[in-house]
Design a protein around this ligand. Structure first.
Ligand code: C5P
Length: 250
């Protein structure tokens, strides 16, 4: 594994790509997941604000559901967002990987650090965003926020039919495992190369960098950066927002 480091000039500019084109079927029927409301505000707007909250982020590229780009554009216009940040909206693709690629294709020159952040993680705190950016600026090619696991994890042979017992193959040592979150941060050139060369099934962008043989590092994630996937996650997200409002009030 090679270790590519970069110098970190003071004028490094950061852009964030937000893939938001998924249907979110695990959340139940309804609008695309990113467009559903959390405490009255679309999840996507929370995610955009979470990226724009970092003073390093000068551009946010939202990758919208292909049939919903106009809706997303007017959604961004209708909500208060920091004036120092620019916004672009592009149509997404059939897979998350394809959607991220379309976001990268839309990036203008001049951005050396790129964050990729799931719209489905609307509540990531700005300190986590900044920690990822700082680590890339300090020379890492790819940076992932992550947390230790609460559950023990088993590797199994997946069932052929629903409900069948699944034989356990292995129990990886829990202390060595991390659950990874977003935003993941990258040297722009490396991320573009990864998206041009790595094909096949990947569930995160850092995994593509690993396949190039480049080094990925982990920084501490945050419990509020959880992914809104199932109906119970909506309840948790609204509880986090209610707690924030209460804390902001004092
Ligand atoms: O489905 P999953 O929760 O893993 O999706 C992660 C993120 O990728 C979500 O923000 C989703 O909107 C996005 N996505 C996308 N284009 C797809 C599928 C998922 O932008 N075709």
């Amino acid at each position: 594994m090679s270790d590519v480091s970069r110098p970190s000039p003071a004028g490094v500019r950061t852009a964030a790509v937000i893939p938001a084109a998924g249907r979110g079927v695990r959340l139940g029927p309804g609008a695309p997941k990113a467009l559903r409301a959390l405490n009255g505000t679309p999840m996507l707007i929370h995610a955009v604000r979470a990226m724009a909250a970092s003073r390093h982020v000068a551009l946010v590229v939202v990758v919208a559901p292909p049939e919903g780009t106009a809706e997303v554009r007017s959604m961004l216009d209708a909500h208060a967002l920091p004036e120092r940040t620019e916004f672009l909206v592009v149509p997404g693709g059939a897979s998350r990987q394809e959607s991220v690629k379309r976001g990268l294709d839309a990036l203008p020159p001049g951005y050396d650090v790129v964050l990729v952040h799931d719209a489905a993680r609307p509540l990531v705190p700005v300190d986590t965003v900044d920690a990822v950016i700082e680590a890339v600026r300090a020379g890492a090619v790819a940076v992932v926020p992550a947390l230790p696991l609460a559950d023990t994890v088993k590797e199994v042979v997946p069932a052929q039919a629903p409900g069948e017992p699944e034989p356990v193959v292995a129990t990886p040592e829990r202390a060595r495992l991390r659950a990874v979150q977003t935003p993941q941060g990258f040297d722009r050139g490396a991320l573009i190369r990864a998206h041009e060369t790595v094909t096949g099934d990947v569930t995160d962008d850092a995994g593509m960098i690993e396949r190039l043989g480049l080094k990925v590092v982990v920084v501490p994630g945050h419990e509020e950066a959880f992914k809104v996937t199932r109906p119970l996650d909506l309840v948790l997200a609204e509880a986090v927002l209610a707690r924030r409002r209460l804390n902001d009030g004092f």
